[in-house]
Design a protein around this ligand. Structure first.
Ligand code: DC
Length: 230
């Protein structure tokens, strides 16, 4: 939550899987005293809610109704980001492989996206200072953010990073499908491959996480960098 002394600051970061959106967003948020919003997790929560109730992604109207009425509470913390559905914390389930495998189907339904986009805008407005990440955050959800970044990296590097994250839990073919295959599906419903006008492209292929974080912070107008500089 921002106080009267803290200037408002909205940073929006999008880009494909494995480009480093989450790690970068977390660190930037911590260093700049910002909340953090992982919009992908909101789509994952919608998928969990629907599948728990037998609502298939093929039943678009049922998914739209669920998205509009979703009893979802998001805690937009940079250290303890959490999502509850009807009061039950589902955070630990959101990145299970079964959820990763089905989420694109739910996220591809336009009016379900519109419903979640509204919730995202409310969270951003309430937070005051926030780093929000997700596929169409720079273009659709927060086109008026103070700083908008598209984080890119070569596909080979993105696959290698995701493999390292999974620490041998999945083979290269599975990881390639997760990274490149899911992006291909997601590309039908959101545009995150090329930067829109005013969006800064950062290619992280040859950069360390720390270098990317520094580049992002350097792009934030100085008077908005509180508390790092105070
Ligand atoms: O970033 P992620 O893997 O947690 O995203 C989960 C899914 O939600 C993925 O299929 C992309 C989709 N998504 C989206 O369409 N728009 C967003 N703003 C965020 C995620």
């Amino acid at each position: 939550m921002s106080t009267a002394r803290e200037p408002k600051l909205v940073i929006a970061i999008d880009g494909p899987s494995g480009a480093g959106k989450s790690s970068t967003s977390h660190l930037v948020a911590e260093r700049l005293g910002c909340a953090y919003l992982d919009t992908g997790s909101m789509y994952r929560a919608l998928a969990v809610w629907c599948s728990d109730r037998g609502i298939d992604a093929a039943d678009a109207q049922a998914v739209i109704d669920a998205a509009r009425d979703l009893p979802m509470t998001v805690s937009p913390s940079s250290t303890d980001f959490a999502i509850a559905l009807d009061g039950a914390d589902v955070t630990a389930r959101l990145h299970l492989p079964e959820v990763s495998g089905m989420v694109s189907g739910y996220a591809g339904i336009r009016d379900a996206r519109n419903a979640l986009n509204e919730k995202m805008r409310e969270i951003i407005a309430q937070a005051g200072r926030i780093v929000a990440e997700g596929r169409d955050i720079t273009t659709v959800v927060a086109p008026d953010a103070d700083l908008r970044i598209l984080l890119q990296a070569d596909a080979a590097r993105r696959i290698a990073r995701r493999e390292a994250e999974l620490n041998g839990a999945a083979d290269t073919t599975t990881v390639t499908e997760q990274v490149v295959g899911r992006d291909a599906k997601d590309a039908a419903s959101s545009q995150f491959e090329t930067p829109a006008p005013g969006v800064v492209l950062i290619d992280s292929t040859e950069l360390t996480l720390e270098e990317v974080v520094e580049k992002v912070i350097d792009l934030v107008p100085e008077q908005l960098r509180w508390p790092e500089e105070h």
